[in-house]
Design a protein around this ligand. Sequence first.
Ligand SMILES: NC(=O)c1ccc[n+]([C@@H]2O[C@H](COP(=O)([O-])OP(=O)(O)OC[C@H]3O[C@@H](n4cnc5c(N)ncnc54)[C@H](OP(=O)(O)O)[C@@H]3O)[C@@H](O)[C@H]2O)c1
Length: 270
Amino acid sequence: MRRLFPVTDQTAPTAPGGNAEGGGETASREWSLDEIADAYAYPEPAPGEPRPYLRANMVSTLDGAAQHEGRSHPISHATDMRIFGTLRALADVVVVGAETVRQEGYRPARVRAEFAARREAAGQTPAPAIAVVTASLDLDFSLPLFTSPTVPTLVLTGAAAAPDRVAAAEKAGARVVTAGDGVGVDPARAVRALAGLGHTRLLTEGGPRLLGQLVVAEVLDELCLTVSPMLTAGAAQRIAGGPAVPVPHRFALVSLLEEEGFLFSRYRRA
Ligand SMILES: NC(=O)c1ccc[n+]([C@@H]2O[C@H](COP(=O)([O-])OP(=O)(O)OC[C@H]3O[C@@H](n4cnc5c(N)ncnc54)[C@H](OP(=O)(O)O)[C@@H]3O)[C@@H](O)[C@H]2O)c1
């Protein structure tokens, strides 16, 4: 992987024949997990004013598809998965829509020795909690995601959620958090509720229906978008769906990494 932005010595064009123009290290090389973690560190909160910071990590093809045959893996890349894992390792909690949990077969976040010291120094649990956003609670509570996570899985739902499903979630070991007055979740309230539990470094992995609501609620601080050099056509979802915002939200480019034509962008709300 190499850095395209901000411009560094890794950015210089490679001359024909493969030698870097003007010296410097321009060849793509595998970054260590520590280097990736440093590149994606959460911003330090202002002293005395810890506030939640919500980052999304998504992958899209050139023609805007957020999945192929119902999954994001076919449009991903090994380095995308390294960044995906590192972003998880930096987060207190991973917020995800129930459909992504069902379709992608979500499992608990792994404890990874490579990030143990970093997480301990940041006052974090050994692995991030997974927080599933759901109105129906139509989830298989016998799965390891609920029965054997390192940190109890959270279920974010509304106050009017079916009591028998809430009971099933709690019986399996999940922590049910109410973040809406009806059956559904109010996205801004969900972010506040997670912050109230001490989770201020938030990561969402979508899916598109959830991400669209987080955008509309104006609680998304950052988007880490992998642009996959593929075309799929078809009727796949975009990375964010649902009703549009009245005025497009402007984001600023923070960094841009590249490997094998995949672009790993990081944008912050301007
Ligand atoms: N390209 C990428 O980076 C990426 C990332 C993630 C997922 N994906 C793909 O996206 C697809 C799934 O995404 P999706 O957009 O269909 O679904 P999603 O956003 O993952 O989940 C939608 C579900 O989340 C729950 N939900 C969403 N908003 C809610 C609210 N305000 N209150 C309560 N519950 C709420 C509902 O669950 P209930 O039905 O349980 O009520 C809803 O059916 C999969 O194909 C997956 O592979 C791609």
